[in-house]
Design a protein around this ligand. Structure first.
Ligand SMILES: Nc1ncnc2c1ncn2[C@@H]1O[C@H](COP(=O)(O)OP(=O)(O)O)[C@@H](O)[C@H]1O
Ligand SMILES: [Mg+2]
Length: 283
């Protein structure tokens, strides 16, 4: 690995990242992005624009065809599978749309999972993480006994339990009612305010307004970039990029299984999207 670049190292850095799939689809076409610590970035774009691919490449769940990804200055391309898995476990947290808790484990065990997989003692930290999302009293329940919003807060607790540098979230509020969505967004916002880096894919302009900046993907390229995004301007930009208001199923979640950060190949995000109409607390 080369010497660290001069100046502060961005928490996350993508440089000319391309990802082509077999069959000729170019999902990412030269994406460059630097995200400093403590910043929350929303990634928007119509269905198929490359949002999930961007997240998976940035998180080390997928390998770019070309270009570089660095987390805290560490280039992912130079890491073997074991080192990459360790980096994901120790320095990265993940929240997906839903269906990513293990039904047979208790809420506490789910929150503790990254620590357990790392062979670390988990109980105290997992209980603290659950308390931080307001679920200390549900530790012994199974996920199915919780509401969708509560389950997603468990997923946030699990993502934060290792105190990661970067938290990735792919449509984390897509399946939630407005109140639950706002609770999850507030937790992600708080994580960023504490100094973590948050990268959140969303198709919801209101959710994007919780972020410090919004990046708009179109056909695998960054087509627009907005600092301190407001829901209205995000909506207008999405419209401009072809996400017409009456256009059919844009904004619906992918039904394709995605990789799980914990057990590669085993994950999926399959829940239906709910329309979200809730507002952020004033900026
Ligand atoms: N595993 C894959 N194999 C082939 N094509 C894929 C695969 N994953 C995604 N794609 C294609 O890459 C493009 C971007 O997909 P994706 O990143 O899932 O977009 P988004 O999350 O914005 O909906 C789409 O054209 C999609 O069909
Ligand atoms: Mg997607």
């Amino acid at each position: 690995m080369g010497a660290l670049p001069a100046g502060p190292v961005p928490a996350l850095e993508l440089d000319a990242v391309c990802r082509a799939y077999r069959g000729g689809v170019t999902a990412l076409d030269g994406v460059s992005l630097r995200v400093p610590a403590g910043r929350m970035v929303a990634v928007l774009g119509r269905s198929g624009s490359g949002k999930s691919t961007l997240l998976q490449c940035a998180a080390g769940l997928d390998r770019p065809t070309s270009g570089t990804v660095r987390i805290g200055g560490t280039g992912l391309a130079g890491l073997g599978e074991a080192a990459l898995t360790r980096l994901r476990r120790d320095r990265v947290g993940f929240v997906f749309q839903s269906l990513n808790l293990v039904p047979s484990l208790s809420v506490l065990e789910n929150a503790a999972l990254p620590l357990l997989l790392a062979g670390q003692g988990a109980d105290g930290r997992a209980r603290a993480a659950l308390a931080a999302v307001g679920l200390a009293d549900r530790a012994e329940d199974r996920p199915a006994q919780l509401s969708g919003g509560q389950q997603q807060r468990v997923a946030v607790a699990r993502a934060l339990v290792t105190e990661p540098d970067v938290v990735f979230a792919d449509e984390p509020t897509g399946a939630l009612d407005p109140v639950s969505a706002a609770e999850v967004l507030a937790l992600l916002r708080h994580a960023a305010d504490e100094g973590r880096t948050v990268v959140m894919v969303t198709h919801d302009p209101v959710a994007a307004a919780w972020a410090d900046e919004a990046v708009f993907l179109h056909a695998g390229r960054i087509a627009a970039h907005e600092v301190a995004p407001r829901a209205e301007t995000v909506r207008a930009l999405l419209h401009e990029l072809g996400r017409g208001s009456d256009e059919a199923p844009d904004g619906w979640p992918d039904l394709r299984p995605g990789p799980s950060p914990y057990e590669p190949g085993a994950g999926a995000h399959l829940a239906p999207a709910a329309a979200s109409r809730y507002e952020r607390s004033p900026r």
